[in-house]
Design a protein around this ligand. Structure first.
Ligand SMILES: Cc1cc2nc3c(=O)[nH]c(=O)nc-3n(C[C@H](O)[C@H](O)[C@H](O)COP(=O)(O)OP(=O)(O)OC[C@H]3O[C@@H](n4cnc5c(N)ncnc54)[C@H](O)[C@@H]3O)c2cc1C
Ligand code: FES
Length: 252
């Protein structure tokens, strides 16, 4: 396990790499960035009962990686895994970000929302059309930005106080309208960040693709624990219909 922090404590970041023999299956051969997995170490037995959802950070024929931040008992448990521990993985689940190689594409990541974009950038057929803007609070070294810089220059903005936040929202106000109308936007991050993008895109008469990270339990549409409000369909499961939605399809 690759650790980006130093203490193994809440708030720290880990890249967990799992060997997954199931990767030979067609589903894994055809997975797309934006999809996610439910992860549950075998040692949890019945406590916690449910697996935890994570964006697929990297996946090749032999391994699967998730990049996560420790925020509670599930992620704390994952951070304590040792080589050889067994983990059950359900996936790939959900839908994916659209790829528009004919349009300039703005990739907007907030904090841990950077996780799904490594593969999005790596696989994009027209890297020259990509722009990555990343807002974060912990130091930039907490995130796997180095490996992403191979594909696109990362414009990282650290929020240390209210002035930084104001400036970052101002930046979004400057750049989102153009991409929301004449380009393509994919975004993942905390709810206020997604709401801001949704509002700016709507005011400009455009839209963006937002990946929602609602809390989940079953991960497959059975428990209704992760619903969001869809403008046409009413309450829908984020795990089964998303996690990626167009910003003009949903209300927060
Ligand atoms: C599709 C999807 C992809 C995700 N991808 C990633 C990823 O790549 N990396 C990553 O670090 N996290 C990701 N998450 C969020 C991750 O699933 C949660 O951080 C994790 O389930 C928390 O489990 P826990 O047991 O550690 O926390 P808990 O003990 O369950 O909760 C601890 C605290 O965190 C809050 N919390 C728990 N889950 C969430 C959530 N989803 N959103 C906001 N607050 C929450 C709780 O309300 C509580 O205050 C993703 C979520 C979804 C739905
Ligand atoms: S987590 Fe059960 S329906 Fe989405």
């Amino acid at each position: 396990m690759l650790r980006f922090g130093t203490q193994g404590a809440d708030g720290e970041f880990y890249e967990l790499t799992l060997e997954h023999p199931g990767s030979a299956s067609t589903a894994w051969q055809n997975w797309k960035p934006g999809q996610f997995v439910m992860v549950r170490p075998t040692a949890w037995e019945h406590n916690p009962l449910w697996g935890r959802p994570f964006s697929i950070h990297k996946a090749d024929g032999d391994t699967l990686s998730v990049f996560f931040q420790v925020i509670g008992r599930g992620t704390r448990g994952l951070a304590r895994l040792a080589p050889g521990d067994e983990v059950t993985v359900w996936g790939p689940l959900g839908n994916a970000f659209a790829v528009r190689d004919d349009r300039p594409t703005l990739v907007l990541a907030g904090g841990i929302g950077i996780a799904p974009f490594y593969e999005y950038l790596r696989r994009h057929p027209s890297p020259d059309k990509l722009r990555l803007v990343f807002g974060h609070r912990p130091p930039a070294e907490s995130y796997p930005l180095g490996i992403m810089e191979k594909y696109v220059k990362c414009e990282a903005y650290r929020e240390k106080g209210p002035e930084d936040l104001k400036a970052f929202i101002g930046l979004l106000g400057d750049i989102v309208p153009e991409y929301a109308t004449d380009g393509h936007i994919v975004a993942c991050g905390p709810l206020p960040f997604l709401k801001t993008i949704q509002t700016i895109a709507a005011e400009a008469g455009g839209r963006a693709q937002l990946s929602l990270e609602n809390r989940m339990a079953c991960g497959v549409g059975a428990c209704l624990g992760c619903v969001c409000e869809h403008k046409d369909s009413g309450p829908v499961s984020v795990c089964a219909r998303g996690p990626v939605f167009w910003s003009d399809e949903i209300t927060f």
